[in-house]
Design a protein around this ligand. Structure first.
Ligand code: ZN
Length: 136
């Protein structure tokens, strides 16, 4: 039984969303299909389709927000890997029982019409993991 189906997207922290959109459009040969602010996370996101997966660019609207802090500490670069799951609550339960440290014990509304929850990088070899599921 598959718990985690595919890499839904890679999240990349960028300083300037417009400059990054131009660059990734050049790199991937397609424009972003969506740009969206997520106020609870103090970010502007934009999404590119890459085959079955996506690239999510994240720029901070607030230096004290999670992406602002990430860039201050580590600079621009890969911020998280998002896995697609069919049942996010069940997966969170399973991962917690397996000993992973959850940042969100209950899913919240994320960008791109998704329910999302994050797993702490301290429990996943330094990689911030996002689980996501389509909202009904
Ligand atoms: Zn994401």
């Amino acid at each position: 039984m598959n718990h985690i189906n595919k890499i839904e997207h890679l999240g990349i922290a960028v300083k300037d969303i417009d400059a990054a959109n131009t660059l990734y459009e050049k790199l991937l040969g397609v424009p972003p299909y969506k740009q969206e602010a997520v106020e609870s996370e103090a970010v502007i996101t934009s999404f590119f389709k890459v085959g079955e997966s996506k690239i999510e660019l994240l720029a901070s609207t607030d230096e004290e927000g999670p992406i602002g802090k990430f860039i201050a500490k580590k600079g621009e670069g890969i911020h998280h890997i998002a896995f697609y799951v069919d049942d996010i609550e069940k997966e969170l339960d399973r991962l917690e029982k397996e000993g992973f440290r959850l940042i969100n014990k209950t899913p919240k509304q994320g960008a791109d019409n998704k329910l999302v929850a994050f797993v702490h990088p301290k429990s996943t070899n330094g990689v911030l993991v996002e689980l996501c599921q389509d909202m009904n």
